[in-house]
Design a protein around this ligand. Structure first.
Ligand code: T6T
Length: 338
């Protein structure tokens, strides 16, 4: 399926009662580092599922790992967690390749590039190992057993609407994105730009790429503020971009003047949201993504493929400065430890 077709999908996930045929055994879940071997699988379980996140140090993926771990425990499969500590295709590809050498039962992965990861992931499929993308995905999804993500296009639209409303639908805005060629953040940007087009008195004056670094995003925000005196808002398309954008606004002394719409919800972002520096956070449900990915792998391995939904887009949760303390919102905020 084409990547942009994702945004048209509105199918919501369904949790089906987990199959109980396999006895519950303990789960192996370990923080991985580049070059480290796959964690020892529990010999008692028949299945070992490897989860390779975009990066292991990001609370979004840590929260995903927690959901996956809980589901693996429930289903009695071993879960191995390994990946690079920074967002890097150059680092992720060899990790994927070395994981294949261990012949896991299934691969769950957030590919760091829509194209570059196709071949390494396809090598699993050629080896009859099911592959499920979780969070990010490939441009060519034909090889995937399933693709689980959030509604990223809608999230970008929600961010645009929040900034526009705060500025009374007038003024200049900018996007601070991570890296080109990432399915999730590309779609968020597309959603944001599409929504902004609807406001005739608003202009998008810049789109920056921070390479997933909050420090870079902060200096980009400061430069944008200096360069555009009519700037009314910045959209940071992920955790690091949003955090950096907000810190840039504070450093420029423009809190309250320039609104920030961000993505995700790790502690520093939540603090900035409560302080009113960030106006809105588009919060995802990574724990649920992790649970669903493990469940799909289990179904693929146990002859229950008909239960798998090929494309799942989870709805976002919108957190604002006003709702940040609401327990129904706060329960979605991300965890920082596996
Ligand atoms: O926003 C998430 C994730 O959805 C995206 O694909 C990459 O960035 C995050 O991990 C947050 O840092």
């Amino acid at each position: 399926m084409k990547l942009n077709a994702l945004k048209k999908r509105t199918r919501r996930y369904q949790l089906t009662a987990a199959a109980s045929a396999v006895a519950m055994v303990s789960t192996a879940l370990m923080a991985g580092v580049p070059g480290a071997g796959v964690a020892a699988a529990n010999a008692a379980s028949k299945y070992t599922v490897v989860l390779i996140p975009g990066l292991t140090t990001d609370p979004f993926y840590i929260t995903m790992g927690l959901g996956a771990k809980a589901e693996a425990k429930k289903l009695g499969v071993n879960l191995v967690w390994r990946g690079a500590t920074t967002w890097s295709t150059t680092l992720q590809v060899p990790i994927v390749n070395s994981t294949l050498a261990t012949h896991p039962s299934a691969l769950l992965i957030a590919p760091t590039d829509t194209v570059a990861l196709f071949k390494p992931m396809d090598a699993f499929v050629k080896d009859h190992i099911p592959v499920i993308s979780v969070d990010t995905t490939l441009a060519n999804q034909s090889i995937l057993t399933a693709a689980i993500s959030s509604d990223n296009f809608q999230g970008g639209q929600a961010a645009a609407e929040a900034i526009a409303a705060a500025a009374h639908y007038k003024g200049a805005v900018a996007v601070i994105n991570t890296v080109k060629g990432v399915s999730t953040t590309d779609l968020r940007q597309q959603g944001f730009l599409a929504q902004m087009k609807k406001y005739k008195n608003m202009q998008v004056v810049a789109t920056e790429y921070d390479n997933d670094s909050a420090t870079t995003a902060e200096s980009q925000a400061r430069s944008l503020i200096l360069a555009h005196s009519n700037l009314v808002g910045i959209f940071g398309t992920n955790l690091f971009s949003a955090q950096g954008a907000a810190q840039g606004v504070v450093a420029a002394g423009d809190k309250g003047k320039i609104s920030v719409a961000g993505y995700d919800a790790e502690p520093a972002e939540v603090k900035l949201l409560k302080q009113g520096v960030i106006n809105i956070l588009v919060v995802q449900d990574p724990a649920q993504e992790g649970r669903l990915a493990v469940q799909d792998a289990y179904w693929a391995l146990t002859g229950q493929k008909s239960k798998i939904k090929k494309n799942v887009l989870l709805p976002n949760v919108i957190a604002t400065t006003k709702t940040a303390n609401n327990p129904n919102v706060a329960k979605f905020f991300y965890k920082t430890h596996l």
